[in-house]
Write a new protein. Structure first.
Length: 242
């Protein structure tokens, strides 16, 4: 491979690496945002569980308060039962006591249900808090890895940028401009291999004369279809490749 083509080939490799690094850099904030969203979701889940627990405990306290009132009323009626003077009053008092006992039974049932609800809510709070702790720990670890990778990528990109400037400086302005033009039009790839008579960039069959001329490496040749610079790997070099 002649010197200019080799430099273009190396420049293409560096540019592809830079593009890969930029793509990775673009994804890192998204990954960090996704982890923050997972943590926020776990926090919301824990907060919802705590709110449900508070509501259930409030309901239980209300039912217990109602039960206390009914028990006090029943106790009052029972004391008054022996103070009535007529059968009619006695029967009326018995009716009130029976009605009160029915209400007490209903309230006691609601209290038991509320107590069960509180126990279940406490269990849910414990589970959601444990989940939040696990998520926070995992996210913290992943964020550390991602931030370290971000620093590595930035260093790699800076180093690759320096290498690119060095390679570009060794090319004539017209050649570099042509390379940049092709790369901008062809998805970031301006230098491709030709193999078995075919351009590996656009998969178009090359004229035999052009393909054979590539092995001489006398001048820069491009694909007539996609205009990319072409190179070939000589059989001897290809055989040495791992």
């Amino acid at each position: 491979m002649n010197e200019i083509l080799q430099r273009l080939h190396d420049l293409q490799a560096v540019d592809s690496h830079i593009a890969s690094l930029r793509a990775e850099m673009a994804e890192l904030p998204k990954k960090l945002e996704a982890m923050a969203a997972r943590r926020d979701e776990a926090k919301a889940r824990a907060a919802e569980a705590e709110q449900r627990l508070a509501s259930t405990e409030h309901e239980r306290r209300e039912q217990e308060g109602d039960l206390l009132v009914e028990n006090e009323r029943a106790s009052k009626y029972k004391k008054q039962l022996y103070q009535v003077k007529t059968n009619k009053e006695y029967e009326a008092m018995l009716h009130e006591i029976a009605a009160g006992e029915k209400r007490i039974g209903e309230i006691e049932e609601r209290v038991l249900l509320a107590m069960v609800g509180v126990d279940e809510a406490k269990k849910t709070v414990a589970e959601s808090m444990h989940f939040l702790q696990e998520i926070a720990k995992a996210c913290g670890e992943e964020e550390g890895v991602l931030r370290a990778r971000k620093a590595d990528v930035e260093r790699e990109a800076a180093s690759a940028g320096e290498e690119r400037r060095r390679l570009a400086a060794g090319l004539e302005a017209a050649t570099l401009a042509r390379y940049e033009q092709i790369r901008s039009r062809r998805g970031g790839v301006a230098v491709v291999e030709a193999r078995q008579g075919t351009c590996r960039g656009c998969r178009v069959q090359l004229p035999p004369q052009i393909y054979n001329e590539l092995f001489r490496e006398a001048e820069l040749l491009t694909c007539q279809s996609c205009q990319r610079f072409l190179f070939v790997v000589h059989p001897a070099v290809e055989a040495k490749a791992p």
